[in-house]
Design a protein. Structure first.
Length: 109
């Protein structure tokens, strides 16, 4: 277990609310949940931008660039589609990682 430092004045107030360890644990848990939700929302916004731009989801986009006709259509939308694909893939992975982290936090309660 890690050790954290809490200002003495805060610690006195925490003691009035119950076990300082429990209060701190709950505060950290809430903070982690809030930050995880923020990261999920940010990832979703970035993904939605690409879905609007290419009028498809990531799996469909990959299918489209895998054939000549689909690739031509994608190139009409953006000649820099490869950079978009790399960033889109990043946000897809980011979304899944933060969903798993959030699930892990929620399951440990």
């Amino acid at each position: 277990m890690a050790t954290i430092t809490i200002k003495k004045g805060y610690l006195e107030i925490l003691k009035t609310l119950g076990s300082a360890d429990t209060v701190v644990e709950n505060a950290i848990r809430k903070y982690l949940i809030d930050k995880s939700v923020e990261r999920i929302e940010k990832s979703n916004r970035k993904i939605e931008d690409f879905e609007r731009k290419y009028d498809c989801n990531y799996a469909e986009f990959i299918t489209n660039i895998s054939n000549e006709e689909g690739l031509k259509a994608v190139e009409k939308v953006s000649p820099n589609w490869e950079g978009d694909m790399t960033e889109w893939e990043y946000w897809q992975k980011e979304l899944e990682e933060w969903k798993m982290r959030l699930e892990d936090i929620l399951m440990k309660s």
